[in-house]
Write a protein that binds this ligand. Sequence first.
Ligand code: ADP
Ligand code: MG
Ligand code: ZN
Length: 602
Amino acid sequence: MDNKNLKQMAMWGFGLLMLLMLFSSMKTPVVEKEIPYSQFKASLSAGKITEVKVRPDLIRGEYRDDQGKVESFRTLPMNDPNLVGELEAHKVSNFQGEPDRSWMSGLLLNIGGILLFFVLWWFFVIRQVQVGGKQAMSFGRTKAKMMDEKKAKKTTFADVAGCDESKEELSEVVEFLKHPDKFQKLGGKMPRGVLLFGPPGTGKTLLARAVAGEAGVPFFSASASEFVEMFVGVGASRVRDLFEQAKKAAPAVIFIDELDAVGRHRFAGIGGGHDEREQTLNQLLIELDGFEQNQGVILIAATNRPDVIDPALLRPGRFDRQIMVSVPDQKGREAILRVHARTVKMAPDADLSIVARRTPGFAGADLANVINEAALLAARKGKESVELSDLEESIERVMAGPQRRSSVMSEKEKKIVAYHESGHTLVAKMLPGADPVHKVSIVSRGHALGYTLQLPTDDKHLTSRGDILNRLAILLGGRAAEELTFSEITTGAADDLSKATAFATRMVTEFGMSDKVGPLSLKKPEQEIFLGRDMSQGASYSERTAQLVDEEVKRLVTDAQTKAREILTANKKILDDLAQKLFDREVLSGDDIDAILQAAHA
Ligand code: ADP
Ligand code: MG
Ligand code: ZN
């Protein structure tokens, strides 16, 4: 049923109702005088009654009053078996029984009520839906907005900055959308689904739009939260409709935002799944599986919560391409600022690299906001162009404002993280045989505020005791650097410590690498997990051994800490250099690190 039909129906209903109301008002045209039964009988005896209609519940009729005028009357009947005899006796010319029609007026009233209800319903419910979604009553239809690339301003990769890796991965998808036949000829198979994940405001939506823009194909976008709106089954049919539309327009891009709204792990939580969500998710899976390969439709979805996505969605042939869109580093931030400054008049002193340096942790959306706020501030002050002072003020506003969506680091925190990561890096560089450091970064990624990426030079199948001891020292280097520099420790090392403890425990209980404990495997068989600790026969080793294990683990970790401290104390100057560079640049490559170390030794 579409909008027009519905409106028409409502109009009809309304008209009918008016008509009924008119009728019922016309049905009581004569004013009947209500008289007591006694008066009726008296008038009857006086021969004044001319006409009588009798119903079980009502007597109506006409009588001639004192002036000889004919009047209508009504009275309530009484149990009067002689009434007919009397009517005859007094020569009432016309008397008759009357069928009880009261039920009919009752019915009419009811119908009127029902109609009225429908009319009201239409006004309040449907109209609301209409206002909200523009398309009324088309529950099963998708609300997806199709962007006509000719009309809308085309979004391209040039509008997205600071996430070159993500763009590079997506450019393959663009190529496919541009020349599907070329891929077909080569027998190449394209991903059906691409999942973009990353913190809010990092440009996932923008990237998806840019893919369609670059390829010059239609872009259908819908938010998954719209799918799980009202009634069971609606979401599924909207999904179906969305894919149908896109297939008709192929090659095309379908974009589903907030995929986690429907794509959450099924059966998560007590009480099972959410019916509507599950149906919608199933439909989505069906559509994804039903894609003919190379049909020219690509589904791109975005989420901030890749961890809750149902694994079924991530299986090969579904969202088989997963692309991380991360918070930009300093260079990236500068590039994003440039993109947004294109349309704003900037003063010569408005150095965007300064802005980029002062906005660690800002996502693209925050940076767009900085430029926008600065332009507003400048306009309010009646300036000709945006000056550095406006930008600085605007950074503060965005940092404090409610619109800030990503986790922003303060300068102090940034400094601590820089030292922490430098600590890991420096210990790794100073330990002979440790894996080379590939990259160190203080741009937060997921939970981690920073990370040090070590890559082994070749594939290893065996890890020596020395390797693990090195690794322990590197893990403890982060906290050691904080301690050394700030005489204060933070919670930032929690993950390092738990990793270090786990390694040390395995060294002692699994790898037989502790002299005191000896070459024993004290690992518990896996099945015990199901039995629960207390139900199993307890630890398969004695109380004394358990104590020994604890002592050995502690010794290994403490030794590693001592080693890390020694290395960092002996190289404090290099640690400072490294941390400062990292603080400034946020990301350092392996070559950068080598250069800093060389400069220090020179
Ligand atoms: P997400 O979908 O990841 O939450 P959006 O794509 O909706 O983020 O980003 C919101 C706005 O922030 C964009 O419209 C754009 O103006 C700005 N923005 C975000 N990331 C970038 C980026 N990498 N480059 C340029 N602008 C960006
Ligand atoms: Mg978005
Ligand atoms: Zn660490």
